[in-house]
Design a protein around this ligand. Sequence first.
Ligand code: SF4
Length: 318
Amino acid sequence: MNLSKKILSWYDNNKRTLPWRISKNSKKNQYYRILSEFMLQQTQVKTVIPYFNNFVKKIPNLKALSKSSETKILKLWEGLGYYSRAKNLHKTSKILIKKYKGQIPDDFIKLKELPGIGDYTANILLALIYNQPRIALDGNVKRVLSRIFNIDPAKALNLFKTKRNSDLAEALMEFGALICKPQEPICEECKIKNVCSYYTQGIKIKSKSNIKFHLKSYDIFCYLKKNTRQIALTKNNNLGFLKKFNLPKVKETSKKIKNWKFLCNYKNSISNKKLNINLYYKFSSKIPSKYNWYYLNENSEFIPSFTKKIFKQVSNLY
Ligand code: SF4
């Protein structure tokens, strides 16, 4: 059984019932999908569910949304945060009604012209609504792919082949939320553990420990500035082997970890050390005094390649 089939078979048996997961043939499907995707930006599923249910009760379709007042929409959005999402969704609904006869376009470029729709939302809508072979790379999916393949998640997308593209896009997100969780993946129950680099590497590491193969784990924490694509660095040499700029790091046991979002796990080698890096991030405009902001496209020779790799990973968030 290939990897897509295994993940889809897990999904068929384990997917959660969510109010926006309705029949693809339903007239409501496009509206439910675009509304839920806007609501889910930066927000957890369990938070979104009651807002979504209430919203569709009061504003049941795209046309009604386009005709609603902004005040009414913002009232329904109250408490969900990031209100620009609601305003953009409202503007988008008007354009969809006027220019596209109330249909969501099946074209990536046209979708991205709509307010509030970036690469991620365009990809997920095309996969979910039009079954296009696209996988939207959110934090969950990036983590799952980088754990399984131990390569850049964008390159891993070609390794999936299926006709059920829509289900696969959701299955990967669901798999990341329920099984391949950020901090404690349930590897023993995982249907694909035998082909997962993260799992099989762990076994190899254990079995080679008697011949001094040593993989050290580090949790690295990046403060990021949302609008300016900047990352906070310090000259403190926390990892003990980098002489110049570095990133904040705390131990995994720290309570602090709860306030950070997991981005990905990857392996790195520096001289004779093999490192298992767990990368976490937080968008913040405030940073501890010993740090300074640097642009992610900074190409200074003083920034070690190790740190530049981290720049590359966090760039995926923008
Ligand atoms: S074996 Fe573990 S790390 Fe690998 S995909 Fe499954 S849950 Fe994730």
